[in-house]
Design a protein around this ligand. Sequence first.
Ligand code: NAD
Ligand code: WQD
Length: 331
Amino acid sequence: MKVLVSGGTGYIGSHTVVELMNLGYEVVIVDNLYNSQLEVLDKIKQLTNNKALKFYEADCSDLTVIEPIFIEEKIDAIIHFAGYKAVGESVAKPLKYYQNNLNTTMVLAMMAEKYKVQNFIFSSSATVYGEGVSPLVETMDLKETSNPYGETKKMSERILRDFAKNNPDMKITLLRYFNPIGAHKSGLIGEKPQGIPNNLMPYVTQVAKGIREKLFVFGNDYDTVDGTGVRDYIHVVDLAKGHIAALKGSKDNVNIYNLGSGVGTSVLELIQTFEKVNHIKIPYEIVDRRPGDLATVYADVNKAKKELNWQTELTIEDMVKDAWRFENNLK
Ligand code: NAD
Ligand code: WQD
C-alpha cells in the first residue's frame, strides 16, 4: 500500500513516516520544507533500515505541482499533515493561515477524488472543540474557537465532510490531536521550532539546555489542581501509531477520533516530572494568563479504543525523557 504523506518531514509527519515504513508501507512524502529540514530524510532512513523513500519538495496548495505527483505515483491513501500551526501568528496573519491550510486540504481532496484514493486521513485538533467542557467527546457540537488557526481546522473538517458525501466509497478520517510532545526514543527526530517556541514542551527543553533563562507559566489562578492549565499530553510516537490504526480501522465514510491519553496534566506537574526524570531544575516565573487559553482540556478516548483498538502506551515520564534527549542531541 502506497501512502502519500503531506508534511511528512515535519514533527508528527516524520514520526508517522517511520512507523509506516517499518510496517512495510510504501511512503511518498510531499513537503515544501516551510517548517522542516531536508536532513530529516536521512534520519528517517536511519530509523527504517535504509528503506526506499520518495520525497517531493512541493507546495500542496498548488494543484499544478501536485497533480503530476498523483499521475506518477499510484497513491492508495493520503495522510495530510501539511499546514501552518502557530496559533498566535494566525491571529496576526489570518489570510496566510486560511490560504495555506484550506487550499492544501482542497487540493489533496480534489486529487483523491480524481485519482480514486480511497483513504484520506486529516490532522485535526482538539482546538475544534473551542470552549467545550472536558472530557471532550467526538459527538459534541463544535464551539467557536479563539483564533483563525482553529477555524481552519473546523473549516477543513467541514469541507471534508461535505466532500465525503459525494464520495460515499471513500473513507475520510478526521483525527483530533490533543497535545503531542516527546520525540522518537533514538533522539534523531523530534520537534524543532524556529525562533521562540510557542508551546510548553519545547520551551521547557530550551530552558533545560540554557538557551532560555526561565519558563513563563501563563497563569496560576485557573480552577485546576494547582491553578495552572491542564492539558492532555500525548507522546508523538503513540500519536503516529494512531494514524496507522486509523488507516486500518476506519470503516465509515466519515470517521472522527480523538487522539489523546484521556488524562490531564498541569503545567507545574509537567515541570516537576521533567525535573525528576531528567535531574535538571527548570526555573520558572508565574505571569499573566495567555489570551485565548482554556483552564482544562482533555479527551474522552473511548471511541478510538473501542473502534480502532488503539490507545496510548507511553507515559508523561517517557515524553519528558524523550523530548530532552532530542533537544540535548541538537547542535
Ligand atoms: P510541522 O510544522 O512540524 O509539520 C507540518 C509540515 O507541513 C512542515 O514540514 C511544513 O514544512 C509542511 N507544510 C506546511 N505547509 C505546506 C504546504 N503548503 N505544502 C507542503 N508542505 C507544507 O507541524 P506538526 O506539529 O507536525 O503538525 C502536523 C499537522 O498536525 C498540522 O496540520 C497541525 O496543524 C496539526 N496539529 C498539530 C498539533 C501540534 O501540537 N503539533 C496539534 C494538533 C494538530
Ligand atoms: C500548554 C499549556 C499554556 C507555553 C496548542 C494549540 C492547539 C494545539 C496544541 C495545534 C497551557 C501553558 C505554554 C509557555 C505556559 N496545536 N504554557 N508557558 O495551548 O494547549 O495548545 O498546541 O492544533 O491548537 O492551541 O499548548 O503547549 O502552547 O500550552 O505556561 O511558555 O502550557 O498556558 O496551559 P495549547 P501549549
